[in-house]
Ligand binder design. Structure first.
Ligand SMILES: CC(=O)SCCNC(=O)CCNC(=O)[C@H](O)C(C)(C)COP(=O)(O)OP(=O)(O)OC[C@H]1O[C@@H](n2cnc3c(N)ncnc32)[C@H](O)[C@@H]1OP(=O)(O)O
Length: 390
């Protein structure tokens, strides 16, 4: 296997992008990443497009071909382009496919893109489309939505470990604080713990401000062999680990719903592959689709003792400048969560941080960054570790 690096990265803004279509936003992100890398389209020999549900959100399937066509990589060039689907982890998995293609020698310049256009259908339509990421027979058809599923996780976490609503709210407050400094974020507003606790209840104990929103957006990165990276940029970001794990899709089959075993295993595989420990990581972008998800993620990846994720969130250890900055981008909560795009957007944030280009949300002196992308309630987890040193 060859070492791999990212040499170009770009996201569109995230939010309600009603004036742009799905194809518009992927092409915008893809061209942006290509320009950032300073490569020509002719050099690209593979593309992977993470997308959860183009069919249900905008009635468009066959995404790989569509995006190759509209980005100019199909006509004349005939670049192979593949759609990758793993629910909300589709983007992270598309990136992993691009990394594997380049690492194995099958490809020399691969693009990993992620995109979702979720606001073109009604809110209830979006909720129903998202619930297809759960077990349709045992959960979706029974009426379980993702806010409902994560609310069950939160309830048990509160019962077992004494986690409080205030601790959950602290996650949202911190992510909104970070997102205020991120130009692509959907919500750039400051919020308080009191506002979170008084916001409308979606699924007890999760208020609307504990939830990631429904969003549109796209992101893309360019992946090349590490040995070629300096040809394209003087700030390549090296991929130190790419790991994935699966678990039962339905929550009721899990050993303990307050721990996402797929995250634990993907995290262990990533640390092992990179030859690093949790202490080496300078910042982490975790999958905070709901505030409880960030609390579980930092425990499952080793940044907090089991049961103490809420405590470290409330006492400020996960803030910028704290012991371990979590979601310096603003996370899914503040940036938005266009599901297929999120995993690639997390990588774009890691690249931006490790290049030292994150402005007011910069993690000073960052050398190693981790990203963590989850599909469903934890049936798929994808963890990457990046560094600005080879
Ligand atoms: C593994 C995984 O990733 S699973 C996660 C997959 N994603 C999800 O499940 C999405 C979860 N979120 C949601 O379903 C929705 O955002 C909900 C249910 C929380 C809210 O949806 P709705 O009730 O339809 O809200 P609606 O779109 O009407 O918005 C009402 C207002 O609240 C705001 N708003 C909506 N959602 C959020 C949010 N999550 N955070 C902050 N503000 C929000 C809107 O901007 C709007 O503000 P405005 O009146 O000033 O324009």
């Amino acid at each position: 296997m060859r070492e791999v690096a990212i040499v170009g990265a770009k996201t569109t803004e995230f939010g309600e992008l009603w004036e742009r279509s799905l194809r518009d936003i992927v092409v915008e992100a893809g061209i942006g990443a290509i320009e950032d890398a300073g490569i020509s389209g002719k050099e690209i020999d593979a593309m992977y497009v993470g997308n959860m549900s183009g069919g249900r959100f905008v009635e468009q399937e066959h995404l790989g071909a569509l995006i190759a066509d509209y980005s100019g990589l199909a006509r004349g060039l005939h670049v192979p382009s593949t759609r990758v689907e793993a629910a909300c982890a589709s983007g992270g998995l598309a990136l992993r496919q691009a990394i594997q293609a380049v690492a194995s020698g099958y490809s020399n310049v691969a693009i990993a893109a992620g995109a979702e256009k979720m606001t073109d259908i009604s809110s209830s339509g979006a909720t129903d489309a998202l619930s297809a990421a759960a077990d349709r027979e045992w959960e979706g058809i029974q009426g379980a939505t993702f806010p409902g599923i994560y609310a069950m996780i939160a309830k048990l976490h509160m019962k077992k470990y004494g986690t409080t609503g205030e601790q959950l709210a602290a996650v949202a407050v911190k992510n909104h604080e970070n997102g205020m400094h991120n130009p692509i974020a959907q919500f750039k507003s400051k919020i308080t713990i009191d506002q979170v606790l008084k916001s409308i209840m979606v699924s007890d104990p999760l208020h609307i401000l504990d939830c990631s929103p429904v969003s549109d957006g796209a992101a893309a990165v360019v992946v090349v062999p590490a040995e070629d990276a300096l040809k394209y940029t003087d700030k390549p970001i090296y991929v130190k680990a790419s790991a994935q794990a699966s678990d039962t899709i339905a929550l009721h089959d899990r050993r303990d719903i307050t721990t996402l075993d797929a995250t634990v295993v993907a995290g262990k595989r990533a640390y092992e592959m990179a030859g690093l420990t949790v202490k080496d990581i300078d910042f982490v972008e975790v999958h905070d689709c709901f505030t409880i998800a960030e609390i579980c993620a930092i425990e499952d990846l080793g940044f907090a003792e089991k049961g103490k994720g809420g405590v470290v969130s409330l006492n400020g250890e996960t803030k910028l400048g704290g012991r371990i900055p979590v979601n310096p981008s603003g996370g899914l909560k503040s940036c938005g969560h266009p599901v297929g795009a999120t995993g690639v957007k997390q990588a774009v944030e890691a690249v931006t941080q490790l290049r030292g280009d994150a402005g007011k949300r910069q993690v000073d002196g960052a050398k190693y960054g981790m990203t963590h992308n989850v599909g469903g309630s934890g049936a798929t987890a994808v963890v990457h570790i990046f560094s600005n040193e080879r």
